[in-house]
Design a protein around this ligand. Structure first.
Ligand code: HEM
Ligand SMILES: *[C@@H]1O[C@H](CO)[C@@H](O)[C@H](O)[C@H]1NC(C)=O
Ligand SMILES: *[C@@H]1O[C@H](CO)[C@@H](O)[C@H](O)[C@H]1NC(C)=O
Ligand SMILES: *[C@@H]1O[C@H](CO)[C@@H](O)[C@H](O)[C@H]1NC(C)=O
Length: 535
């Protein structure tokens, strides 16, 4: 046989399969983000591997509309009606019916022990969520005496002294605020989970802070293979002996897991001895271990298993809780440094708090409700969550077995079951029709919303604002996040002014959770000895 014949014999079936797929796949009616997208997933995987998904999707939606095809089994949506309302509020699952796909399985811990976040199917997920939503609800968070005591101690005994200590350094008042914010949010979140005595103290232990952040941040660049192509990743390691994820990443995960289990054990010991101080109450750990123990007992399980289930759950909360809030606060501070007039306005608002959050001989915090009610502080945080959402990347779900119709009113498309569907906060928040000058940081847009047309207000506040997601899988910790971010900013700007020293690499990474590319923001603190006079 001639070479050309052999080639033809080899190539024809491939071409035939391509054509067959094209004609039989309903997704081929949906505009493709790339000429290859209707035929193969290789293109979108390559985009993700190069970490240019955000820009690529932004361009695709701008050119092709609110629904685009990314691969023969994948679409991206960028609208509310026929988009996030149907997919997320509509309860599409994280896993497909066969359970072969779950992008979030990557977030299980202790050798694939599921937690609320990683659970693929809605039923077991809502059982877990019912155990936890009460302690994270707005009414419980704002009224919790334990949380108030924890935050008060962390701010007055750790955070303010740490800020003050930067002035005795050689480099007067200069610090990497991203690292410190990660420490404060970790201390507060683990404080609420485990109680102050058993939670972390990263603020006062800089070596422990760099140990932890080193472990945590070094793993970020290795997410692609295990998360997007878990089967291939395992196959390559098992049969070819090549590790796409270096061994030290597994070791880093193991160390973070051990660290979490030690906090669990400490909280259990404190509980057994009887909690003497309200700040030592392990609110989340206490609730979860009691409710889960009942469940495990009902199922006839072992105590050992229970420990891993509790630890896998709280490890996810502490990771989700510190990282996202630390990133958001970093961008709030960066924007405030770039807009000194806004900083002055915030400082003036903070002056109305009573008591003020400054060094004092009888430290106490103003009421959570009073802090929550400050309109400008709220606007500054909301505008940052909009323009720099800590989770800007796609949140993948799977279309239901019976299929669905997606796309904006005038142009909807049939999407069969088992298709990966996602939307991204980073793209929804740039809608110019809802957020005028969407690329600019303008906290004023969140003020006086009640003067706006009702539809416009709901578009801005509810429908298109997606920093915490929506539907049954929406962020459970949003109220804790907002509560801690407000106290931390109030403490910082009640007695300091900030200015940028080095913000190279401040742009957000192209990732699901998106910290500054450089993992740092160097600022200089200046003491506010008297408040700026009214302008
Ligand atoms: C500014 C801070 C935060 C942001 C922007 C944020 C954002 C989000 C988003 C977008 C989701 C949905 C993700 C998806 O489905 O792909 C989510 C889920 C979740 N978040 Fe947050 N989060 C924040 C703070 C926190 C805190 C403080 C906690 C602490 C408990 C937390 C715990 C969780 C958990 C457990 C889930 C999974 C919920 C479920 O599956 O039902 N988050 N978060
Ligand atoms: C995503 O890309 C757009 C357009 O290139 C850019 O304006 C935006 O800042 C990016 N978002 C993130 C989170 O990187
Ligand atoms: C989900 O499973 C079905 C059947 O096993 C499969 O056809 C489909 O491609 C899967 N979906 C994803 C997103 O992997
Ligand atoms: C800020 O703190 C310093 C002490 O570090 C104090 O002298 C000053 O009065 C405080 N400023 C305000 C506005 O409370």
């Amino acid at each position: 046989m001639e070479l050309t014949t052999i080639l033809a014999l080899l190539v024809t079936p491939l071409v035939a399969q391509f054509v067959y797929r094209y004609w039989t796949n309903p997704l081929c009616k949906i505009p493709a983000a790339h000429p290859l997208a209707h035929f193969t997933s290789l293109w979108i995987y390559y985009v993700r591997w190069r970490a240019v998904e955000n820009t690529t999707l932004k361009r695709a939606h701008a050119q092709l509309g609110p629904i685009v095809c990314l691969g023969p089994n994948e679409v991206s949506v960028n609208c509310v009606k026929g988009g996030i309302r149907d997919v997320y509020a509509g309860g599409f699952e994280k896993s497909n019916a066969s359970g072969t796909f779950n992008w979030y399985a990557f977030f299980s811990n202790y050798g694939s022990v599921d937690n609320m976040f990683s659970t693929g199917h809605n039923k077991p997920h809502s059982a877990r969520k019912r155990m936890l939503s009460n302690i994270y609800s707005k009414s419980v968070v704002t009224a919790s005496p334990a949380l108030l005591a924890q935050v008060s101690s962390i701010i007055y005994d750790r955070f303010l002294p740490r800020l003050e200590s930067t002035f005795s350094d050689e480099d007067t008042g200069v610090l990497n605020i991203y690292a410190l914010l990660s420490a404060v949010t970790m201390d507060i979140v683990t404080g609420y989970i485990f109680g102050l005595k058993s939670g972390s103290n990263l603020i006062s232990n800089p070596e422990q802070l760099s140990w932890f952040l080193g472990l945590y941040n070094s793993r970020r660049s290795f997410n692609f293979w295990p998360q997007e192509l878990p089967a291939l990743t395992n196959f390559v390691q098992k049969w070819i002996g090549y590790r796409l994820v270096p061994q030290w990443v597994d070791e880093a995960n193991g160390k973070i897991e051990d660290w979490t289990k030690a906090m669990c054990q400490s909280a259990a010991a404190v509980t057994a001895d009887g909690v003497a101080n309200v700040a030592d109450t392990p609110v989340v750990y206490g609730q979860l271990s009691v409710v889960l123990a009942k469940e495990v007992k009902k199922a006839g399980g072992e105590a050992l298993e229970l420990d891993s289930h509790v630890a896998s759950e709280v490890l996810d909360h502490l990771a989700a809780g510190f990282d996202t809030s630390g990133i958001t606060l970093t961008y709030v501070i960066h924007e405030l440094c770039r807009h000194p007039e806004v900083q002055v306005r915030l400082q003036r608002e903070l002056r109305t708090l009573s008591p003020r959050i400054v060094h004092s001989s009888s430290p106490s915090l103003p009421d959570g409700k009073a802090v929550d009610a400050l309109p400008f502080l709220h606007a500054v945080i909301w505008e940052t969550l909009r323009l720099h959402p800590a989770i800007p990347g796609p949140q993948p779900r799977v279309s239901p077995p019976q299929g669905c119709r997606l796309g904006s009113e005038d142009n909807t498309y049939y999407v069969p079951g088992g298709v990966r569907v996602s939307a991204s906060a980073g793209l929804l928040h740039l809608n110019e029709d809802v957020y005028l000058y969407a690329g600019e940081w303008k906290p004023e847009r969140w003020l006086d919303l009640e003067n706006l047309d009702e539809e416009k207000r709901r578009d801005m506040e509810n429908r298109w604002f997606w920093a915490f997601g929506s539907g049954g899988r929406m962020c459970v910790g949003s109220h804790l996040a907002v509560y801690q971010m407000k106290y931390i900013l109030a403490a910082l700007y009640s007695n300091y002014t900030t200015a940028i020293v080095d913000d190279n690499g401040i742009e957000q990474s192209d990732a699901y959770t998106a910290p500054p590319q450089s993992d740092k923001l160097l600022i200089r603190l200046q003491k506010l000895n008297s408040y700026p006079s009214d302008m």
